[in-house]
Every structure is written in C-alpha cells, then in structure tokens.
Design a protein around this ligand. Structure first.
Ligand SMILES: Cc1ncc(COP(=O)(O)O)c(C=O)c1O
Length: 455
C-alpha cells in the first residue's frame, strides 16, 4: 500500500503541493534565518503531508484581505481557504465571540443554548424551500459524514454518485466520494458503492462539448442512476472550486433524475456558501433546491471551526440514531461567531459586493486573456474565479510549471492565491474587497504572466 515514490504530476488537486522545485527555489530566495528556524521546528513536530507540512512560510497576523508573514511582508490573500467572507479578524465577529466566552463558553451535551437555537433558526430562514432542519459540526468533513449517514437512513440505500476531481473532506468516508488521487491513493479500500462520474469541465468533457454543453454529462448521471437502480444520493459541489461552472439546466436535469430514481440530492457548499458567488447559497444560481446542503468554512467568521448540515423537513427521520454526536456540536461560541458573520454579510451587502467586484474582475481577466497566450480560459461566479493556464489553446495541455512560476512571482509582489488541478489560478479573496484592491491584485497577475511568457 505504501507509495515508493511521489509522482508529483499525478497529484493534481484542489491545492498546490509542497514538493516542487519551484517551491524550494522560492524558499531559498525568500525565507530568512528566523523564519527558517520556525519552519524547521514545524517540520520536526508535525507529520508531513503534501498540502501542508513542510510549510511555505510562517504567518504572524491577518487583517481584512491581508495576511502578514514573520518577516513583516503583507500579502493580499486570494486563497484564505475560503474562510474569509467577512475578512480576517472581523471585529464584529471577535466582539461576539468575546461576549459569548464571558457568558456561556461551552454547552454540555443534553443541553441547548440560545446562540445555537438562534443560528439554527437563521439558517432555516436563509435556506430556500423546506430546508429547515439543521445539525452543527465542528468541521465540514464531519458534516459531510452526517449527510451520508442520514441519506442511508432516509433511503435505505448506501450507494452514492459523486464526481471525479471533487473534494469533500479528508476522512475515509469523504475521500470515498471525493475524486482526487492525492487523497484517495495508497490508503486501501474505500466505501463500497461510491460511484463516480466526470465533472462538468467544459474543456475536458468526455463528450467533447468544448464549452457548448448539451447536458450529456448530466444525462450520464441519470444513466448511472438508472443502471444502478439503488443509489441513495448524488453528492456534489454545485460549483467546483476549480471553478467548473455548470451551465443552466445542468442541476435541473440532475435534480429531476434524482427524483425519478429515488435518490437524494446533496450539495456541498462548504467553501462557497454565504455570499461568495453573489448569492447566499451557490445553488440559488440554478432553479433547484437540494434535499440537503452542507455549509462550513466561513460560517465561523474565519475564526471558529463551524459547519452545518441543512436538510429538508421530511428528512428528520433518524431520531433513534446518533447522526453527529460531536463534542462541540452546539458550541455557543461558534454559533455566536456564525450569527455575527451572517449579520455582517447581510448588513454590509457582501453578496452584492461579491457579484459586483467579481463581474468587474472577470471583465479584466477576459481582457488579459486577449493579451496573454498562456491564458486558456477565464471563468467565475462572484468572487469565485479561475484563470486556466495552458501551453496551447487548441490542445489545452496544462501549463502547470508556468502556473507555478506565476504563483511564486505573485507572492514576491504580495499576492497569495492557490493553484487548482496544477494549472488553474484560483482567485477567492475576502468578500469585503474593493475594486481598487482587485485592480492591484490583477495588475500583479498581469505583470507575472508577462514575465513568465517572456522566459
Ligand atoms: C468542497 C469541500 N468540502 C468539504 C471540505 C472539508 O471541510 P473541512 O476542512 O472543514 O473539514 C472542504 C474543505 O476544503 C471543501 O472545500
């Protein structure tokens, strides 16, 4: 089961790996003695893994759209693990947390508390349709596990359909439905009955749609549901972080297929809920309501680990089971953080800001595409944006090395973002970002692309 050697080219994933030559070169140029001392300590005590340790650098503060390293360099953080809808260190969230810590800092099991009840009610109000029963978890992966269990109990079926290239968390159940080799490989048997289908990636569509989608990929999901006959749930991100933005009609077709075949539709909105795409929930861009939606990450204001499963009323069918049972399930502090976060998003109209600044950025990115041969596509929904770098627009060969060079050059100039699938510059800033700050970031990207193209 043990891998002999890491083949980095296979590790295309959600994030950029820490094993490459460009990364080592960047570190040699940019990490001073003090930072290196701490990185060595980190490397000594943490288990090593491809998407974190050994780490790139040491952070000492974060504020708004920025992070700052131990050498005093500030970066606009267009990565932020998608927790920073309200900006880092949001004062309203911090105040709410502090107040709650003074009153009730923990809620012993068998009891409930007011922030938890208020948050459950708020989420039920925000979510459309009859999505009005919730369960909290201290992390997204756990909430995905709860959704999978509830789907089994509710349908009496254990099979799932999910997507290649997807990510739903790092635990054994969530990597079973996930579609990334870096998580799935080398760990032995995964959950039985976890079927996978191709994601709606317009340029690598197995049916060769080339962006002119005729929904054959959605119809393939229906085909699998029909052939299997006993699938309990289809689970997917409505828009994958890469981003793959399915065309109108895609989710509508899959929703109908689920209904026709007795499968539940579960959306994983852990990274994008609460405004990133310009709507509170990403699926609101489509004319569908899922049976369950899982949210997380920024729910705790980028400070407190919080996630929630929101299920439709009719799925309250497991009263005699323990679905979640997480120690910090109804955390009063986490719930206070989440309530303050949602209040801030609503009062500051952050979803509207995401839509406005995102549309502006996408226009600028399209202009950059007309000038940079490396850019093979730009796409986005609100402030979830991607720029795909290719060696050739015809063959669409991934320009992964070039993308890495662009990324490290951008870091030199104070812009942090991640690469998805090796070659997609993925841009997800705080939703508080202004047009001026967006311009500054895109100017940096523009310069870096020019430099790499000239090398
Ligand atoms: C789509 C998606 N699902 C699930 C998860 C797992 O969430 P957590 O890290 O909070 O367990 C993530 C985290 O990156 C995610 O992006």
């Amino acid at each position: 089961m043990k891998r002999q050697q890491t083949d980095v080219s296979r590790l295309k994933s959600e994030g950029d790996v820490n094993l490459t030559r460009t990364r080592t070169d960047w570190s040699k140029r940019n990490i001073d003695g003090e930072a290196q001392k701490w990185l060595d300590e980190d490397s000594k005590y943490f288990l090593h893994q491809a998407l974190s340790t050994p780490c790139l650098n040491v952070l000492t503060s974060c504020d708004g759209i920025y992070i700052e390293d131990i050498q005093g360099r500030k970066y606009m953080d267009f990565h932020g693990n998608n927790v920073h809808q309200v900006g880092f260190g949001n004062h309203r969230v911090i105040e709410a947390i502090k107040r709650q810590m003074d009153d009730l800092s923990f809620c012993t099991r068998r009891y409930t508390n007011l922030p938890a009840i208020r948050l459950a009610k708020k989420l039920a109000e925000l979510a459309p349709g009859d999505l009005n029963k919730v369960l909290f978890c201290p992390g997204g992966t756990g909430a995905i596990g709860v959704a999978l269990k509830l789907a089994r109990v509710a349908t009496g079926r254990f099979k799932t359909v999910s997507m290649w290239d997807s990510f739903h968390g790092a635990s054994l159940d969530s990597i079973s439905i996930g579609g990334e080799e870096i998580f799935r490989g080398g760990v032995g048997p995964l959950l039985p009955g976890s079927e996978h289908v191709p994601p709606p990636d317009p340029y690598r569509c197995l049916w060769g749609c080339g962006g002119e989608c005729d929904l054959r990929c959605a119809r393939y999901v229906e085909y699998v549901l029909d052939k299997e006959g006993d699938v309990g749930a289809v689970i997917a991100e409505p828009v994958r972080s890469t981003p793959y933005i399915p065309p109108k009609g895609y989710w509508e077709a899959i929703r109908k297929a689920c209904d026709d075949h007795g499968a539940l539709l579960i959306f994983d909105e852990i990274p994008h809920c609460l405004g990133r795409t310009g709507r509170m929930f990403t699926f609101e861009h489509y004319d569908v309501v899922p049976d369950m939606v899982v949210i997380g990450k920024g729910l705790g204001g980028g400070i407190f680990p919080m996630a929630a499963l929101i299920a439709r009323e009719g799925l309250d069918v497991a009263a005699d089971r323990a679905l979640g049972h997480y120690t910090h399930e109804k955390s009063p502090v986490g719930c206070a953080a989440a309530l303050a976060t949602i209040e801030y998003i609503e009062e500051e109209h952050l979803a509207e800001n995401a839509e406005r600044v995102g549309a502006y950025a996408l226009q600028r990115m399209a202009d950059m595409m007309s000038r940079h041969r490396l850019i093979g596509d730009v796409r986005g929904l609100g402030l979830l944006m991607g720029m795909e770098l290719v060696k050739d627009r015809e063959t669409r060969e991934r320009a992964s090395e070039e993308a890495e060079r662009v990324m490290y050059k951008a870091l030199d100039r104070g812009l942090n973002f991640k690469l998805s699938m090796g070659n997609i510059v993925t841009l997800t800033p705080a939703l508080t970002i202004t047009v001026e700050q967006m311009d500054e970031a895109l100017d940096i990207l523009d310069e870096c692309l020019t430099e790499v193209e000239g090398e």
